[in-house]
Design a protein. Structure first.
Length: 380
């Protein structure tokens, strides 16, 4: 069966309509004429995969990785890096039009760095007799000898990983592209966990392989600087909050500009590093964002930075923020769907969207980071 692809959908799949029904086709690009076969039929939509490209997009390229199509790590290598970023922009804008009912600012920047060799944090999985990554839509392990998105330090570490039982996992984090990575496995005690010092904007931040830290350290300064650019727009610099603060990346730099900074994080491993990364005058709240906002009266917040997991802000957090009305809300997101959903609720409650920037932290995949800036409605 043949069809013409209308556009790119979330997840990196081509979207087409066949007999009035939406079909998501893996491996297809917008405008292409493809031959496809169904892989799953559902009531409201179907899923399929490309059999043959009959008319190719001019931005289609040959994937650089021999494992592409089997490994579940990348799903956009068949598009040039310029096309990948163009499609990501279109997908994000589409989500905001449909879900937030609010267009993004015109010509919002999408920052991009190296398309290869950028990843400095990764999880390796043990197969029958090899290390690798999970296959796409499967629990099977694709054996990996060379991964072009890994930084040199992680690539060099791959063949040196110890033999372990099947399904074992090792998380690896390289503080720089060339530095030997630290490794973490679930059975390790706290005493066995190795810390690293990550250079960022002239500072060294403490972290380890078990806690969350951005995996694209080349692009992280660009995101950090975009967040810090909002400081100058704050009328007052009394109180800043870093919600979902992790090891305190944003708080570590906000403390230079605000009289008081609060870091809110439930993960005890992250808080151990945050206490090393932040000054003594910074405060910590070692509970979830929901518990903090429910149990505390934050007072007047001049700048609130939120960087939630992929699920976005919970209904409880959105409700609490609508009531708290921080003077300026900087929302960092790794999922444009939940970001558009959450921004839509703020917009419907009278808030304004002032600024947006994108960051291509994960070339060769459909994922990207976004940062938007919101302010509450002024009292009438």
């Amino acid at each position: 069966m043949n069809c013409r692809i209308e556009k790119m959908a979330q997840g990196g799949q081509g979207l087409a309509r066949v007999d009035g029904k939406v079909v998501f086709i893996k491996g297809a690009l917008p405008g292409e004429l493809v031959s496809f076969e169904y892989t799953r039929q559902r009531k409201d939509f179907s899923e399929a995969r490309v059999l043959e490209i009959l008319e190719a997009h001019p931005g289609r390229v040959k994937p650089a990785c021999a494992h592409y199509g089997r490994c579940g790590g990348c799903n956009m290598q068949h598009a040039s890096i310029a096309l990948q970023r163009e499609l990501k922009r279109q997908v994000v804008e589409d989500h905001f039009r449909r879900m937030a009912k609010c267009p993004l600012p015109e010509n919002w920047p999408l920052h991009g760095g190296s398309p290869w060799g950028y990843r400095q944090r990764v999880r390796f999985v043990r197969g029958h007799s090899h290390w690798g990554f999970r296959q796409a839509s499967s629990h099977d392990v694709e054996p990996i000898r060379n991964c072009p998105v890994l930084c040199p330090a992680l690539q060099n570490a791959l063949p040196k990983l110890p033999a372990m039982p099947r399904e074992s996992e090792i998380q690896a984090f390289a503080p720089s592209a060339e530095a030997a990575p630290v490794l973490w496995q679930k059975f390790m005690s706290d005493a066995q966990v190795q810390s690293v010092q990550v250079p960022l904007n002239g500072r060294l931040l403490s972290a380890d392989a078990r806690v969350f830290f951005q995996s694209n350290l080349e692009q992280l300064p660009t995101l950090l600087n975009a967040v810090l650019a909002q400081v100058a727009l704050c009328a007052k610099h009394d109180f800043a909050v870093d919600l979902f603060s992790g090891v305190g990346v944003f708080a570590a730099f906000l403390q230079d500009h605000f009289r008081k900074v609060l870091a809110v994080e439930w993960n005890p491993g992250c808080l151990l590093h945050a206490k090393k990364n932040l000054q003594e005058r910074c405060e910590f709240y070692s509970q979830s964002a929901e518990d903090y906002l429910h149990s505390k009266t934050p007072g007047s917040i001049d700048l609130l930075v939120v960087d939630p997991p992929r699920a976005g802000l919970s209904p409880e957090v959105r409700k609490a923020l609508l009531q708290a009305k921080p003077t300026r809300l900087v929302y960092v997101s790794c999922d444009p769907v939940t970001l558009a959903r959450d921004v839509g609720e703020f917009i419907r409650n009278g808030w304004s969207l002032h600024h947006a920037e994108g960051f291509d932290f994960y070339p060769q995949t459909e994922h990207m980071e976004m940062m938007v800036v919101l302010t509450p409605a002024k009292p009438s």
